[in-house]
Design a protein around this ligand. Structure first.
Ligand SMILES: [Mg+2]
Length: 137
């Protein structure tokens, strides 16, 4: 599949292995993943790569939290409608309400199932998951 036909996803997490796992899983399907490692870099990627169609944000990141990034996206006409999945560490579930109030489309607690993340990413971007073995939750 050509890169330009793939759905461009930004994944921002300060733990590099989490980003790698998500990238590996999503790129098994029609996604192309760009990684960022802090909140500031996430916003920079949004500016420089206008075709990003889905954003995955970890909450606890240096410089800006994922919730701060989400608030910035939802306050900007360019990004208001871009679906966002928020990730948080176990024990940080208090972020759930905040994330949803800020306009997150999905909230997952680590450790999460890559299969579930794939299924939600597919749902949020209109990619069929049937027959790919990834639609179960
Ligand atoms: Mg983190």
């Amino acid at each position: 599949m050509l890169e330009q036909q793939r759905i461009h996803v930004l994944v921002a997490d300060d733990e590099p292995h989490i980003g790698r796992i998500i990238k590996m899983k999503l790129e098994q399907g029609p996604f192309n993943v760009t990684l960022a490692y802090d909140g500031r870099e996430a916003l920079e990627k949004m500016e420089s790569e206008p075709d990003i169609a889905l954003v995955v944000l970890d909450v606890m990141m240096p410089y800006m939290t994922g919730l701060d990034v989400l608030a910035r996206l939802r306050a900007d006409d360019r990004w208001r409608a871009v679906p966002c999945i928020v990730l948080t560490a176990a024990g940080q579930e208090q972020h759930h309400k905040q994330a949803m109030a800020l306009g997150a489309n999905e909230f997952l607690t680590k450790p999460f199932s890559p299969k579930k993340l794939y299924a939600r990413a597919a749902e949020l971007t209109g990619v069929p998951t049937e027959g790919m073995g990834v639609s179960e939750r």
